[in-house]
Design a binder for this molecule. Sequence first.
Ligand SMILES: [Zn+2]
Length: 290
Amino acid sequence: MSPATLRLLILGAHPDDAEYHAGGLAAIYREKGHEVRLVSMTNGQAGHFERPTEQLARIRREEAAAAGRVIGAEYVTWDIPDGELVADIPTRQRVIREIRTWRPDLVLTHRPCDYHPDHRAAGQLVQDATYLVTVPNVLRDTPPLSRDPVVAYMPDLFTKPCPLAADIVLDVSDRAATILAMLACHRSQVFEWLPYAEGILDQVPADDAERLRWLESWYRGHVRHRAERFREELVNAYGEPRGRQIEFCEVFELSEYAASADLERRQELFPGAVCRPPRPSAAATPAHRE
Ligand SMILES: [Zn+2]
């Protein structure tokens, strides 16, 4: 019997957050015939030094759609202005509607502690929505789910109030080319705004093939910090010497506020990853779900 088709929903704050943080897992899902939907909750209109906001919003929507096509996934960009995502009731209802209508098995988002206000709001909105997706009297125009999905946080390196717990560790070295191909679609971001913001715009080559090599070097420099931060977990998961050598990894923490997942379910939801068994959680006991 072939395994059931899984449904992965990534709710990122900006166009490119999904693939930057979880592009490897999204690629693996598509390779296995699972469904993937990528959402940018804001329109990305803030990130540029010379393009006007309306033009940039249009460009970034097209770039995101192209990135989705790399893995055969729909990439949706919401119309909320970049930098203005807040955890208010209308946006929470939008998240509830998104989860109820697309019915994901797994939702990925940012942690509610993060450097960017949009990332924090995204994490808060998903946390606030996940329990309510099962409550019939909330958003009565969209039928409730019988149970909430599993929610996991995409990797970040922040330490306050606590570092991300590496419940899931995934070596994505084999998918680096796919992740890069997705990131390269975000031309206004990776070849214009980010190098500008880092003061290295003059280093970006004009030629397309050279740009891709430049992007690989840029990406390698950035994700190396992720592998270094989680090196101990990578070595524990993959052993020596592989764990020591991995450059490209994705690490996820399961939210204790959404559906719980035992070890078997974690292995299903994160194909090819090394998963830790559940940690004891107060929120998992029924008394805390009133
Ligand atoms: Zn972002």
